[in-house]
Design a protein. Structure first.
Length: 130
């Protein structure tokens, strides 16, 4: 298997050291992404957690806008199938230890039912259901 120096980078964790691939110096970066996990040079995973929470909120909002159902079980099932894998992917590796990161993930899980009840679709369904 050949290595492409154009797509290879060095995420500096300790003292600067020059790394080369085929006599080409690798570029230094402060943030790198490997196997779907974003890691900063200080080994903080907060940026990764912020990214997945943002992506999970977007997906949850898509579910609220796209699924027109008054059955909360259907929506919760859609949340479990579509959103939870985003929040739980490789969680063994990036397991949050900071309270703010844990709260961000839990808030994403807990906001879904209340966001649906506050949505226009839910209010319109209740208005027209006689």
């Amino acid at each position: 298997m050949s290595v492409s120096p154009d797509y290879s980078t060095e995420c500096q964790l300790r003292q600067p050291k020059e790394y080369r691939c085929y006599s080409i110096q690798l570029s230094r970066v402060d943030v790198c992404r490997d196997l779907g996990i974003t890691v900063t040079s200080d080994l903080s995973l907060s940026q990764h957690i912020n990214e997945i929470v943002s992506k999970a909120h977007q997906r949850a909002n898509h579910i609220i806008r796209c699924f027109v159902s008054d059955n909360m079980r259907v929506l919760v099932r859609a949340f479990i199938v579509c959103v939870r894998p985003i929040l739980e992917y490789n969680s063994v590796i990036w397991s949050p230890s900071l309270r703010k990161d844990i709260d961000a993930i839990e808030r994403c899980k807990g906001d879904f039912p209340s966001n649906y009840r506050d949505s226009k679709i839910y209010r319109m369904q209740n208005l027209y259901s006689v």
